[in-house]
Ligand binder design. Structure first.
Ligand SMILES: [Fe+2]
Length: 230
């Protein structure tokens, strides 16, 4: 199965480019931040923009909302929205969790930006609930990634006062134990695109479509990941 990985779109100028390459993929996974709402300053136009971006994809899509997406998208009945849900796509199980926790300065522990709709505790509650019904083998699609991880740790230098952890603690501790996760795809931190591992689990941040970045995930006997930029 060949899967297109897209996220942090933020009304990207590269939407037409991604629209043109989607044929040939079986599925698109979108990790959120279609638009750029600074909550609570949301307008009706934001939801229209969200829908218009979603309509660019004419092959099967599964997505979770990001922290800059409309509030209503966290309670959506759209079957393609897998926030707090499992979806079986042609035998492949995919679990979703949208939104993000706040970003924390590593050197001081002070919050740089607020999460939406989560803090570390509330994301753990929802994540535990999702995982309590996990199948034996699955892909995880979240907006924010695991804490303490190169794909979420901005300005990753020990003495950098701007170093910020943008990840969720519960996602990090989850990967430290055997769990059946084939690959965890997330976004949220634009600068931390790339691939890493926690324990034996593969963690992938395809980068922001806002910057022209996207990923390709192929699942055959083995899992392979490629990173691209327009
Ligand atoms: Fe985000």
């Amino acid at each position: 199965m060949k899967i297109l990985l897209v996220g942090d779109i933020h009304k990207s100028p590269y939407l037409q480019s991604i629209k043109e390459i989607q044929d040939g993929f079986d599925l698109v996974l979108i990790n959120g931040d279609f638009v750029s709402i600074q909550h609570p300053n949301e307008t009706l136009a934001d939801d229209n923009d969200f829908q218009e971006i979603l309509d660019h994809f004419h092959i099967p899509v599964l997505y979770v909302p990001g922290n800059h997406d409309p509030k209503s998208r966290f309670e959506s009945t759209d079957k393609r929205n897998i926030h707090k849900k499992w979806y079986n796509f042609n035998g492949l199980n995919i679990g979703g969790l949208g939104g993000a926790t706040g970003g924390i300065y590593k050197h001081s522990g002070i919050e740089k930006f607020e999460g939406f709709p989560y803090d570390q505790q509330s994301i753990q509650t929802d994540f535990n609930q999702l995982i309590s019904t996990a199948p034996s083998s699955f892909i995880l699609l979240t907006h924010c990634g695991p804490s303490n991880t190169p794909t979420t740790d901005e300005n990753y230098l020990l003495d950098d006062k701007e170093r910020v952890d943008t990840g969720a603690d519960c996602l990090y501790t989850f990967h430290l134990k055997k769990n059946g996760c084939m690959v965890h795809v997330h976004g949220h931190s634009h600068q931390c695109f790339g691939m890493t591992r926690i324990g034996t689990d593969l963690i992938v941040n395809p980068g922001a479509l806002e910057d022209g970045r996207y990923g390709v995930l192929e699942i055959k006997e083995k899992v392979s990941v490629q990173f691209h930029q327009f």
